[in-house]
Design a protein around this ligand. Structure first.
Ligand code: NAD
Ligand code: 6OD
Length: 486
């Protein structure tokens, strides 16, 4: 069993109050790690270390030197690739190929891409006319914002944590990371990488624990945390925003979604089936960008439902490293209860269960894991909680539509506004619909195709602010203007 401590000022430290909590495997519910819970003293130490590091060796590095170090972080992650894949698989129970092809390589890329951006992006400059005819020159200077509190979720732990730590460090900040209590392993491993490549002490810190009245709240309430970047549930964002208002700290929030998939009858049918299958069931449906509402143009509806059903019924359950496995458990028993409560609600609300709807029979030790069947429903009213609320599980509802106007209205009838995926061979229509769907990210004939230079974030209750490319620099730096009279 792994012993996981907090990582503060370059050292692994236990909890001063001696509190530890257990991490259980989603696959079979065995205890796989004992985690030291950070109390207020550890959070104070981590924030103090981060603040001190801003003016120490780290704060004195030239941009090029900082960029070189971040490249070394990425290279060391790649060198220890298998350790990261193993740790992430242990935490999430998700198939090995998802970790090794998507989540861990993206973690390494998050350091390189933002190092490149900070090196290459210019700041603004304006020449200004003045009454004496000599003019003035204005130019922008970017400075780090300071100590950044990073609060991360469990669904793609390493990708989502480094997506914030990478740009924060590239901009010269220091960070205190609070990984999810469900997925602490890779954030801890990254501490070893930071030490190995010589990132100065205090630049990267990790405190473990829960949200309210624990490490999450202690961090977000801390007066020396200058800005908070958070990914997680919208309800949690609301609590963090209240904490951040004390001291008027800046926030960047990436939160929940109830994303619509829109399938027009003129699409490439097989590609649409593959795309919607991935968007609804990858990572056992635990992707914020995932599709839980699918709208299919009526002429293609029956064929679409039948084809998606067939694909879903062919998923292979099993341990992450078992041959051919492409479907894992949910993250925890607690999350399984939540997902199953929506399965029950769908029944209660009169859904037709096309496939799934329950708990699969798993052999041996796997019977103790957090497994649920991938599920498709039809025939629910749009007002059902199953259609309105984020379930964050392997399930979707499919409904037919007749006109473009109707489907746009259906897609927008949500408090959330994170992403959408549109399937059509009519590009004119794709542009038209994309412009009208009220979300932060629209994919056409694709899903989760990510260019890290693009703006990422949600509309409505799905987020505040954008990260990615230069947008990350907007959040992770303070822009100063210098005006020089000629
Ligand atoms: P969560 O909100 O329960 O927890 C996220 C993090 O916040 C955890 O580290 C948790 O300990 C911490 N936390 C909880 N309460 C807190 C509090 N009061 N103060 C400070 N910290 C607190 O979310 P989750 O269950 O870990 O993740 C799933 C959610 O994340 C889903 O809603 C999903 O849509 C969302 N998500 C969004 C994006 C995006 O980019 N928009 C990406 C991934 C996940
Ligand atoms: O790709 C990303 O940068 C990103 N933030 C993905 C979010 C996935 C949500 O589950």
């Amino acid at each position: 069993m792994r012993q996981i401590d907090n990582f503060i000022n370059g050292e692994f430290v236990a909890s001063s109050v001696g509190r530890r909590f257990e991490k259980r495997s989603p696959v079979d519910n065995r205890v796989i790690a004992s985690i030291a819970e950070a109390g207020q003293p550890e959070v104070d130490q981590a924030v103090t270390a981060a603040k001190r590091a801003l003016t120490g060796e780290w704060g004195k590095l030239a941009t090029n030197e900082r960029v070189d170090l971040l490249y070394q972080v990425a290279d060391e992650i790649t060198r220890r690739f298998d350790d990261f894949v193993d740790a992430e698989m242990a935490d999430t129970g998700q198939p090995q190929h998802v970790m090794s092809q998507v989540f861990i390589p993206r973690g390494a890329a998050n350091f390189k891409v933002f190092a490149d951006i900070i090196k290459n992006v210019p700041t603004e400059s304006f020449h200004m006319d003045t009454p004496d005819g000599r003019g003035a020159l204005n130019y922008g200077v970017r400075v780090p914002k300071g100590v950044i509190g990073v609060v991360a979720p469990w669904n793609a732990p390493f990708l989502l944590m480094t997506w914030k730590v990478g740009p924060a460090l590239a901009c010269g900040n220091t960070v205190v990371v609070k990984p999810s209590e469900e997925s602490p392993l890779t954030a801890t491993l990254l501490g070893e990488v930071m030490n190995k490549v010589g990132i100065p002490k205090g630049v990267y810190n990790v405190i473990n624990g829960f949200g309210p009245d624990s490490a999450g709240e202690f961090l977000t309430r801390h007066k020396d945390v200058d800005a908070i970047t958070f990914t997680g549930e919208t309800r949690t964002g609301s609590a963090i925003m209240k904490a951040a208002s004390d001291g008027i700290r800046d926030v960047s929030f990436e939160m929940g979604g109830k994303n619509a998939g829109i399938v027009f009858a003129d699409c490439d049918f097989d590609k649409a089936i593959d795309g919607i299958f991935r968007s609804a069931f990858l990572n056992t449906g635990q992707v914020c960008l995932g599709t839980e509402r699918v709208y299919v143009e009526r002429p293609a509806f029956d064929r679409f439902v039948a084809a998606l059903k067939e694909k879903v019924e062919n998923v292979k359950f099993g341990r992450p490293t078992d041959n051919g496995v492409n479907y894992g458990p949910l993250i925890s028993q607690e999350h399984r209860q939540k997902v199953l409560s929506y399965y029950a609600k769908a029944k209660e609300d009169g859904a037709t269960i096309v496939t799934g709807g329950g708990v699969p029979e798993m052999p041996g030790e796997l019977a103790e894991g957090a497994w649920v069947q991938p599920t498709i429903w039809t025939d629910l009213q749009e007002s059902s909680a199953v259609i309105q609320e984020e379930i964050f599980g392997p399930c979707c509802h499919i409904r037919p539509f007749d006109t473009e106007e109707e489907v746009i209205e259906l897609a927008n009838a949500s408090d959330y506004g994170l992403s959408t995926t549109i399937w059509t061979d009519n590009l004119t229509r794709a542009h038209r619909v994309a412009a009208k769907v009220d979300v932060g990210i629209t994919w056409v004939n694709s899903w989760f195709l990510r260019d890290l230079r693009t703006a990422f974030g949600g509309a409505k209750t799905s987020g505040i602010g954008r990260e990615g490319g230069v947008h990350s620099l907007e959040f992770y730096t303070e822009m100063r203007n210098v005006c020089i009279k000629m």
